[in-house]
Design a protein around this ligand. Structure first.
Ligand SMILES: Cc1ncc(COP(=O)(O)O)c(C=O)c1O
Length: 398
């Protein structure tokens, strides 16, 4: 089949099922899994030419793999990026980006409301190599501008953020970053390119935990970086093939198949999450619901402008702190108590003691993670069943 390079006008849904595929001589319809660690050469001369880079081609699956390549090209096409690389996990994507683009003495400005392991990576590990991080309020572009130092290289954001569903104005942040020669990195895990395409709004690099919605059924751990050819295709790829946190071909195949249904799933997750958020907002035991699709969300207007849907994650603060939150969680029967998100199965998490449990109390406070906070990743079950499952715990409290 012709590569989609020959048909650059394809729409999102077509790219999601077609981009990147190159059929082999076997004429297979679905993309094959190339389960091979190395590749053979026709001669010693060909081996030498590949190793020297004089001729392109596969050498070893830590460097390239045809199944991984299809996933990379398909995701890059959906994000609108020139280059994509796949990694062993979302955290490996963040690490590879930092290791490839930063050096000792550099500085990151990061949102304070980001995934707990990302905060740990910046604060506890990158700091050992002389890379400092300042944390600012995601939604306040003036705070980002004020935090810039001569040695600042990266702005790092998740939008919407995990778990508080706070938004960054991507275009406004890109303007601030670029005015100071700083790169804007956006973790697009919660929206995926089906709902938001940050590169088109001025971001420089996209991070994914493919583990979440790109898979969509909670099967594999993986990640990706998408952006321009030099930074992603040369610099970050160079770190990855040397250091080794690459994606396995089997996982790439699972994610590739996940991309084919991504838009349909994201629409269904978004519709169900909005319905659930509206219901949660009416419950007296709940102090506050965090969902950008609700008119009560302080950035509802920005969400409408920047995203084509509001996503599947709903968080809420229960009156009664940790005791109330655990009581609700422990009375569920259908919803899975697990820290993952972006699954067809609805999941429930207490961020303060799980995803953000390794942060110090001060770091948690800075990230606004309260003891009564509960995060739900709304799956693809009937919303009425999810509601009934939560109602059991909420009724117990009265
Ligand atoms: C927003 C976000 N970014 C990155 C990660 C890290 O991804 P992974 O678990 O695939 O390493 C996660 C994981 O939960 C996440 O929620």
């Amino acid at each position: 089949m012709p590569s989609t390079d020959d048909a650059p006008e394809l729409g999102f849904s077509s790219l999601a099922v077609r981009a990147g595929q190159v059929r082999t001589f076997e004429g297979e319809h679905a993309e094959p899994i190339f389960a091979t660690s190395s590749y053979v050469f026709a001669s010693a001369g060909e081996a030498a030419a590949r190793f020297s880079g004089a001729t392109p081609g596969n050498i070893y699956s830590r460097f390239t793999n045809p199944t991984v390549r299809v996933f990379q090209e398909r995701l890059a096409a959906l994000e609108g990026g020139a280059s994509g690389i796949a990694t062993a996990s979302g955290m490996a994507a963040i690490l590879a980006t930092c290791m490839a683009l930063l050096k000792s003495g550099d500085h990151i400005v990061s949102a304070n409301s980001i995934f707990g392991s990302t905060i740990s990576l910046f604060t506890h590990y990158l700091s050992k190599f002389g890379i400092a991080t300042s944390y600012v309020q995601l939604s306040d572009p003036a705070a980002w501008a004020a935090a810039i130092r001569p040695e600042t290289r990266l702005f790092y954001v998740e939008t919407p953020s995990n778990p508080l569903m706070e938004l960054a104005d991507i275009q406004a942040l890109a303007d601030v970053a670029h005015a100071h020669g700083v790169l804007l990195v956006v973790d697009n895990c919660f929206c995926t390119p089906a709902l938001q395409q940050p590169l088109k709004l001025g971001a420089d690099l996209i991070i994914h935990s493919a583990t979440k919605y790109l898979d969509g059924q909670g099967r594999c751990v993986g990640g990706a970086v998408v952006g321009d050819q030099q930074r992603v295709g040369v610099d970050i790829y160079g770190f990855l093939r040397t250091a080794g946190p690459t994606m396995s071909p089997f996982n790439a195949w699972v994610f590739l198949k996940g991309l084919e249904t991504l838009q349909l799933r994201m629409r269904a997750h978004s519709a169900a999450a909005l319905q659930l958020a509206q219901w949660l907002e009416a419950q007296p035991a709940i102090e506050r619901v965090y969902y950008p699709g609700l008119p009560s969300h302080p950035q509802h207007e920005l969400a409408q402008r920047q995203q084509s849907g509001f996503g599947g994650i709903v968080s809420f603060e229960l009156r009664g702190g940790r005791e109330a939150a655990w009581m609700l969680i422990d009375h569920t029967r259908l919803i899975s108590i697990t820290a993952n998100l972006g699954d067809a199965k609805t999941t429930i998490t207490h961020p303060a003691t799980t995803t953000h449990g390794r942060l110090t109390p001060a770091e948690r406070e800075r990230a606004d993670i309260g003891e009564g906070l509960v995060r739900i990743s709304v799956g693809l079950e009937d919303v009425a069943d999810v509601q009934a499952d939560l109602e059991r715990g909420l009724r117990r409290r009265v």
